[in-house]
Design a binder for this molecule. Structure first.
Ligand code: SAH
Length: 222
């Protein structure tokens, strides 16, 4: 899978490589994730006025009251989803496409990516963006993601990019044996959380404190 880019200056490949080196110093160890972060032009996913800040380690606004997660969070969640495996993930579901940046990182670590977004106009822009980048192993759908995507399940990885107090049963049912869900858990206080589908059942582990926008019900058309 290749990503097309032609930009120079503040947003050049060198800036991205520096960002990946910074992430490594901050504790990201997975080389596949670091390579993806060094490759994908993050500035393409933010408003033009913010492009020069795209490689700082901050979350930025992407319209409709939503935010693109910080590079560190994207790297951390991707690393957790990969779970130190040597090969690619096969099928991954993302709930909360937003700008499509995390989605694009997922397309580099999984063979097939399915991503759901409830805000129609946001998804339309992301669709155009991903097409321009030449990303093909992704299926985007305008939907309330809370019920997952049963017609393409089971997934060996599921990622939520908005916070939820508890993972619904129906999503657990779409996680393959051996698979993992990575998501921000909570409401006021939030923690990165993983749920592993083990032979003994679903095992939950709570990790770093984080800050995300909430999962909301229903879809918005315009
Ligand atoms: N990974 C994205 C994060 C965007 S913020 C990025 O880095 O750009 C979280 C996104 O989740 C928002 O776009 C929001 O609209 C979406 N979202 C919230 N609730 C949802 C739901 N029930 N179904 C699908 N998407 C949802």
């Amino acid at each position: 899978m290749s990503v097309r880019y032609s930009e120079v200056g503040m947003t050049s490949p060198r800036t991205r490589i520096r960002m990946a080196e910074r992430l490594r110093k901050q504790g990201i160890e997975d080389e596949v994730v670091l390579a993806a972060m060094a490759l994908i032009p993050r500035h393409v996913f933010v408003e033009e006025a913010l492009a020069s800040r795209a490689y700082e380690d901050v979350a930025l606004p992407i319209n409709y009251g939503q935010t693109i997660s910080s590079p560190w969070i994207v790297a951390r969640m991707s690393e957790l989803l990969r779970n130190k495996r040597n090969n690619s993930l096969e099928k991954v579901l993302e709930i909360g496409t937003g700008s499509g940046y995390q989605t694009t990182v997922l397309t580099q670590i999984a063979n097939e990516v399915y991503s759901l977004e409830r805000i129609g106009p946001l998804l339309t822009r992301t669709r155009i963006r991903l097409r321009k980048l030449g990303i093909r192993n992704v299926y985007l759908k305008h939907a309330d993601g809370i019920d997952g995507l049963s017609e393409f399940s089971p997934f060996d990885g599921i990622m939520l990019t908005a916070v939820i107090p508890k993972i619904p049963e129906v999503l657990l049912g779409q996680l393959a044996a051996g698979g993992r869900i990575v998501f921000p858990k909570g409401s006021e206080q939030q923690y990165l959380c993983i749920i592993d589908h083990t032979p003994e059942g679903f095992v939950e582990t709570i990790l770093d404190e984080v800050r995300f926008v909430p999962i909301l019900p229903g879809i918005i058309n315009r």
